[in-house]
Each structure stands twice: as structure tokens, then as C-alpha cells.
Ligand binder design. Structure first.
Ligand SMILES: Cc1cc2nc3c(=O)[nH]c(=O)nc-3n(C[C@H](O)[C@H](O)[C@H](O)COP(=O)(O)OP(=O)(O)OC[C@H]3O[C@@H](n4cnc5c(N)ncnc54)[C@H](O)[C@@H]3O)c2cc1C
Length: 476
């Protein structure tokens, strides 16, 4: 079995930053990512063969990412980058299971960084399975990578800054937006807000820039508004929207319908924790960070020695946090592997830690506005499909709730919820919130859907074509 000193899973801002710092300190690094090119979600690059004619049109994220990617690409002699490589399992002999180019292989590591990012938070409501309803991330990929608009007249519903980013991208691509609904509101504890904003002006400027762009095109930005239902005959034709109270419940007699042919839902992100869970790292539930997240020390190490976690996969906090955490984890791993002295590691980590603390004050304000509220999980009606893979309705799920001692894994056994190809990524986060409110129990008592290898679908032929000699991968 092939071996490496420091394996990194995920080529987004978190993984790339860690790879750069560790490799510069002299660590032998292998970075694995399921995509063709590095960049992750936010620094996603264009498909091979496409060229950027106008970098301004792709926004500040693209340009910020170019510098990081340039540094990463210039270190090919020091970082082994294995693209198109899905990590589908972790085993307790400290090895990873990989799938690439139709074969599977294993890679043993001394130290490991999990930087697997996050995915869109699904929220079931009547009509959410109709064609024309997108997650914000899915719509963003269409616009950014495929240059295709999700519809002719689009409604954005959700919360948080990513909606504004998507709205800006749709408008720049020539799309028409009916309205942007923000379930939360910026009004609230202003003293607290000022404390967080202090010293974080770049975030404020970025957010205001997006808002200005939306308003200049005459798109209504409606705070305290939610979507109740998507309607249409085989395709979205209209959306029912309403004003929402503090718990994001619809305020009676405020509902109205708007004619749209596409709806993009952006209720935040859920950390991809399948691999840290498989590695038996301890996790706790923090909805403000997206759900279950691994416990970590200041050096980003989890409860399992030599396994680190950074970025959105360890708590949703955005690209700037992912980069800083990546720097810290890369330097910490270099220190543990004997490539940096105590003092050198401490000195190099300190400024990143300081910046991280400052950003986290700002994050807290956004988290307070955007943390999903109870009302969101009351929108589904009895015949709403909650588990899309197994087509299980809310009524079927309700009938399986025996008592408040039920655990989510029992629920899975009884209903088949979470047993489809998405392995619970789509229904799991919503069902946890629904059960928590319904049974009035702590999420820790409900537990989580135990991930099993393979964490994402892998063809049987790939498992059968097992390569025992290598990672089955080459640099690019
Ligand atoms: C859909 C979506 C859209 C977003 N849009 C924006 C935006 O427009 N602007 C903005 O500022 N922020 C955006 N964000 C947030 C931003 O992308 C993140 O904050 C940032 O990218 C976090 O960096 P990361 O390194 O933690 O994860 P990511 O950038 O998500 O990178 C994780 C990488 O790991 C790979 N990976 C995951 N699991 C495996 C596996 N098992 N095997 C191999 N590879 C794996 C993924 O494919 C990905 O390349 C978006 C997030 C999402 C999920």
C-alpha cells in the first residue's frame, strides 16, 4: 500500500492553504480532490478549454483565488496533487480508500487533514421537488461553470450572504430576478453588531457591494420573508411567499403568489463531516456552524491524534476562515512531523490565529441572523416528500416516531430514510431539526446518521478493480 506523510482531502481554499504551508516547511504532501482542477467551491475554475475574457465579470472571488491557485500550481514539485480522486472511506489502520479512473486503491497516511467543505442545506416544503427548484449552490454552478441561467424569471429564497453573491452572478449573466427573500433581518442588536464589524470593514464593503448591485437593477430585497410553496404543472410556475415572524413562521394574511419559472434556495450550508465521523473524531452539534462539527483544538487537530479538520467541513464560516485555518493546520502538521521547531511554529501561527479571532466576531453577527429557525421546519405538509431518494413523505416519517427516546439511526432502519444514493445528505439535516422540535430533545440524544464507506456512490466495477500497489493516481 502506498504511504504518505501528510494527506489532505479537499482542494478548496482550506486544503490548498494547508498544502502550501506544509510543503514550504518541507513536508511531503499529497492532496486528493474529486474534481479535475483545484479550487473547491468558491475558487472553482472554468472547464478545460475555456478562457476568461473579462476577469471582472467573474467577481472578486475569482481574482482572489487566482493568487492562491498560482502559488499552489507553482509547487507541483513539492505537492503531489491527485485530481479526479474520490476518497470514499477511512479505515483505522490510518488508510484512505480512493477511487480514480475506474480503479480503487488505498493510501496510508501519518497525518491527515480533512478539508471537504460543505453542501447546500436542504429544506423540505410543499413543491420543493418540482423541476425548476434549485439549491443556490447548484444554480451557482450552472451560472459560473456552465454559463446557463436556471430560468427566465428567478426567485431567490433563503438567508445569508451567499444569496447575495448568487443574485449578483445571475444579474451579471443577464438573468432576471423577481425578488430576493431574506428570512432573517439585519435589524437587532446593533451594539453587538458594531463590535463585530469593527476592524472587519472588508466584509461589510463586500456585502454592501452586492446589495447595491441588486438594488441598482431594481430587484426587491425583502427581509423577513420566506417561501411557503412552489406550484406548477410538472415545472415551477409560481411561488407562494409571505412575511415571516422571528421564528420564521409565516405571518397570517401576508401570503401572496409570484409568477416565476425557477426558485433558488439558499438556507445556508451543512458541513461534510462523513470522513471525520468515519475516522471516529468526536463531534458536537452547533446549528450556527451548520450542524454536527468535529471538536478541534486551536491547532485544528481533532480528538484523533494527527487528524486535522479545517474550513467549511469543520464548521461553516467562509473562504477567509478556511484559508486561515488551512495555514494553521499546515504549520501544525509540519511541526508534528518534525519539520518546524516549537518556536518557529508558534511564531508563524500567531498572526493567523489573531486574524481568525477577529473574523469570528463578525461571523457571529451573520450566524445570529441566519441560523435556521423553527418555522422553516414546519412548512412541510403530510404529503411533502422529505427523503427524495426513497420517496418518503412527512406522514410516513411521523408515523415512525415512537417516543422521545428514538435515535435517528433507528428512524433510518424503520423508514429507509437516508438509505438512498445521497446517504442522508439531503434529508438528514432536515429530519434532525424536525425531530428535535417535535420531540423537544437534544440533538446529541438523537445522534446522527452513521456514515458508512462508501460515503458517496462508487460503482462495483471500481471496487473490483482494486489496485494494491499505488494510489492509482498521477499528478494532473
Ligand atoms: C455550493 C456552494 C457555493 C458557494 N458559493 C460561494 C460564493 O459564491 N462566494 C463565497 O465567498 N463563498 C461561497 N461558498 C462558500 C465557500 O465555498 C466556502 O466557504 C469555502 O470554499 C470553504 O473552503 P473549503 O476549503 O472548506 O471547502 P471547499 O471549497 O468546498 O472545498 C472542498 C473540496 O473538497 C472536495 N471533496 C469533498 N469531499 C471529498 C471526497 N470525499 N473526496 C475527494 N474530494 C472531496 C470538494 O469537491 C471540494 O473541491 C459556497 C459554498 C458552497 C457549498
Amino acid at each position: 500500500m502506498r504511504e504518505c506523510d501528510f494527506a489532505i482531502i479537499g482542494g478548496g481554499p482550506g486544503g490548498i492553504s494547508a498544502a502550501i504551508k506544509a510543503a514550504r516547511a518541507g513536508v511531503e504532501v499529497t492532496l486528493l480532490d474529486e474534481n479535475e482542477q483545484p479550487g473547491g467551491q468558491v475558487f472553482r475554475q472554468l472547464e478545460q478549454g475555456f478562457k476568461v475574457a473579462d476577469p471582472d465579470a467573474l467577481g472578486p472571488d475569482f481574482q482572489e483565488g487566482q493568487a492562491l491557485l498560482h502559488e499552489f500550481n507553482s509547487m507541483q514539485d513539492k505537492i503531489r496533487y491527485s485530481n479526479n480522486t474520490l476518497v470514499w472511506g477511512i479505515f483505522n489502520d490510518r488508510s484512505l480508500a480512493l477511487a480514480r479512473n475506474g480503479t480503487s486503491s488505498r493510501l496510508r497516511f501519518k497525518h491527515l487533514l480533512v478539508a471537504t467543505g460543505a453542501y447546500d442545506r436542504p429544506v423540505p416544503f410543499p413543491g420543493w421537488t418540482l423541476p425548476g427548484v434549485f439549491t443556490a449552490g447548484g444554480a451557482q454552478k450552472l451560472v459560473k461553470s456552465e454559463h446557463v441561467l436556471p430560468g427566465q424569471n428567478i426567485l431567490l429564497a433563503g438567508t445569508g450572504p451567499l444569496q447575495l453573491v448568487l443574485a449578483d452572478q445571475i444579474l451579471k449573466a443577464g438573468g432576471k430576478i423577481e425578488a430576493v427573500l431574506e428570512a432573517g433581518s439585519f435589524a437587532g442588536n446593533w451594539l453587538q453588531a458594531l463590535k463585530g464589524i469593527w476592524g472587519n470593514w472588508d466584509f461589510l464593503t463586500e456585502g454592501r457591494g452586492y446589495l447595491r448591485s441588486i438594488k441598482s437593477k431594481g430587484v426587491p430585497f425583502l427581509q423577513n420573508h420566506i417561501i411557503l410553496e412552489a406550484r406548477g404543472d410538472g415545472q415551477v410556475e409560481e411561488a407562494l411567499i409571505a412575511k415571516a415572524d422571528k421564528k420564521w413562521r409565516p405571518i397570517p394574511r401576508t401570503a401572496r403568489s409570484v409568477e416565476v419559472d425557477a426558485i433558488c434556495l439558499g438556507y445556508g450550508l451543512v458541513p461534510s463531516t462523513e470522513l471525520t465521523m468515519l475516522a471516529e473524531c468526536e463531534h458536537h452539534y452547533d446549528l450556527k456552524q451548520g450542524g454536527f462539527v468535529p471538536q478541534r483544538g486551536d491547532n485544528m487537530e481533532t480528538s484523533v491524534s494527527g487528524i486535522y479538520a479545517v474550513g467549511d467541513g469543520a464548521g461553516v464560516a467562509g473562504k477567509k476562515v478556511a484559508i486561515l485555518e488551512g495555514f494553521i493546520a499546515g504549520l501544525s502538521a509540519a511541526h508534528s512531523l518534525g519539520c518546524l521547531s516549537n518556536e518557529a511554529a508558534r511564531e508563524r501561527i500567531k498572526p493567523y490565529q489573531k486574524r481568525l479571532n477577529k473574523i469570528n466576531r463578525f461571523r457571529k453577527i451573520l450566524d445570529d441572523i441566519s441560523v435556521p429557525r423553527k418555522g422553516l421546519y414546519e412548512l412541510a405538509t403530510d404529503d411533502t416528500i422529505v427523503c427524495r431518494c426513497e420517496e418518503i413523505t412527512l406522514k410516513q416519517l411521523k408515523s415512525a416516531v415512537a417516543d422521545e427516546t428514538i435515535q435517528i439511526k433507528d428512524f433510518k432502519r424503520m423508514t429507509r430514510m437516508g438509505m438512498g444514493p445521497c446517504a442522508g445528505r439531503m434529508c438528514g439535516p432536515a429530519v434532525i431539526e424536525m425531530l428535535r422540535h417535535r420531540l423537544k430533545v437534544r440533538v446529541e440524544d438523537l445522534g446522527y446518521l452513521n456514515p458508512r464507506p462508501s460515503i458517496k456512490p462508487v460503482a462495483l466495477g471500481v471496487l473490483a478493480a482494486h489496485d494494491t500497489t499505488s494510489t492509482g493516481s498521477e499528478n494532473r
